[in-house]
Design a protein around this ligand. Structure first.
Ligand code: S3P
Length: 408
């Protein structure tokens, strides 16, 4: 792998359309696979994770092991889908995915009567045939993947399935299935689905991923001479908690919503340089809505006035990498002051310096630290594995060159 060097951009200006949202894309592909008729899912620059879902769905009848690659969402949602449809299968993934916890989906599906086996709580994971019953669930993790897996399984169960979450998570499963005629609703922290149900056939143009848009929003907020607009982005409020946090710190972000015929609100985000950024404290129920943006927010914390703190984010330890460890290590290398906690970190400004960044094959780490260098929060950085950005954001490095106006 050839490392990639990123340095501060002289200016950050222009307009960008980021690749289609991963969360909506996975759900749309899976709904299309079981819908009543032929559907059309339009994905712009689908990342590797969405390709993993496509690949698994095409291989369903082959009897082959379903390779979920690096994608936890593919593995967890597909387990629910297969259990609900009574389709047996074996699911596996790459080294990182094999380390991630799978009992969080296997256990609730078993409680519904599904035959789901894990390998010591991990992939490979096998699903056998089994009739499902509607069941009440109270998962202990605030996870949209767990919620989504249970809902997809519940499509094949007779009666009312309920899922009460400890904190609000992204609501794409509810929005999509409701739009497709499935009796599903969210009431406070509880989602209720009445099965059995089959989605209608549909056509969807999947809007841009707010978690990818967040990279440009952070870069422009931090850069002294920036004015960027992200167009055709998903503006679902359950995905925009990071905008609230950044605004709390002093960022200048404007949302321009266009109406939509689909299940999700879409529109543009315009962001200009923040005149000043103050420290922030993040913890409690807010964390679930920020989970994918926390590495980027850590970079903003490293540029703010005062000491910022993240608490209650132990879930970061079981993402594509241990994101508490990988963020803390790389922040220290770029010169920030940082302290690791079991479920978070404390960060304040230090002296920016040149650094080698180790991404641990984690797209969000590679992208966050590219933004640190591009905006001047770090000196020049060398990213060890730039290719991993394509897990969520194929074309990331090309967009970076185009927006920064110079080859990075
Ligand atoms: C996702 C949910 C989140 C998120 C992941 C996508 C989804 O994971 O980190 O990138 O599409 O449901 P958890 O549900 O494990 O928090």
């Amino acid at each position: 792998m050839t490392p990639r060097v990123v340095r501060a951009a002289p200016v950050l200006r222009g307009e960008v359309r980021v690749p289609s949202d991963k969360s909506i894309g996975h759900r749309a592909l899976m709904a299309a696979a079981i819908a009543d008729g032929e559907s059309q899912v339009l994905l712009h620059r689908a990342g590797d994770d969405l390709r993993s879902t496509e690949r698994c769905l095409s291989a369903l009848e082959s009897g082959e092991v379903l390779d979920c690659g690096n994608s936890g969402t593919t593995m967890r949602l597909l387990t629910g889908l297969l259990a609900g449809q009574g389709i047996p299968g074996v699911l596996d993934g790459d080294e990182s995915l094999r380390r991630r916890p799978m009992e969080r989906v296997a256990a609730p599906l078993r409680a519904m009567g599904a035959d789901v086996r894990t390998t010591d709580g991990h992939a490979p994971l096998s699903i056998g045939r089994g009739a499902l019953q509607a069941t009440a669930h109270r998962p202990k993790e605030a996870s949209a993947q767990v919620l989504g897996a249970i809902c997809l399984a519940a499509l094949g169960a007779e009666g009312e399935t309920t899922v009460e979450m400890p904190a609000a998570t992204r609501d794409h499963t509810e929005r999509l299935l409701a739009w497709l005629g499935v009796p599903i609703r969210r009431d406070g922290l509880t989602t209720i689905l009445v099965g059995p149900a089959r989605p209608r056939a549909f056509a969807i143009d999947v809007p841009g991923d707010p978690s990818s848009a967040a990279a440009w929003i952070v870069a422009a907020t931090l850069h002294p001479d920036a004015d960027l607009t992200i167009v055709e982005a998903c503006l679902n409020p359950t995905r925009l908690a990071f905008v609230d946090v950044l605004n709390r710190m002093g960022a200048q972000i404007e949302l321009i919503e266009n109406s939509t015929d689909g299940p999700e609100p879409t529109g543009s985000l315009r962001v200009t340089s923040a005149p000043r950024l103050d420290a922030v404290e993040i913890g409690g129920e807010e964390v679930a809505g920020l989970i994918d943006e926390l590495p980027l927010l850590a970079v903003v914390m490293a540029a703010a006035e005062g000491i910022s703190e993240l608490r209650d984010a132990g879930e970061l330890r079981v993402k594509e990498s241990d994101r508490i460890g990988s963020v803390v290590e790389n922040l220290a290398r770029i010169g920030a002051r940082v302290e690791e906690r079991s479920s978070g970190w404390r960060v304040s400004r230090g002296t920016p310096r040149n650094a080698d960044v180790t991404s641990y094959g984690d797209h969000r780490i590679a992208i966050a630290f590219a933004m640190a260098a591009l905006s001047g929060v770090a000196g020049e950085v060398r990213i060890d594995d730039p290719g991993c950005a394509s897990v969520s954001y194929p074309g990331f490095w090309e967009d970076l060159e185009a927006l920064a106006g110079v080859p990075a």
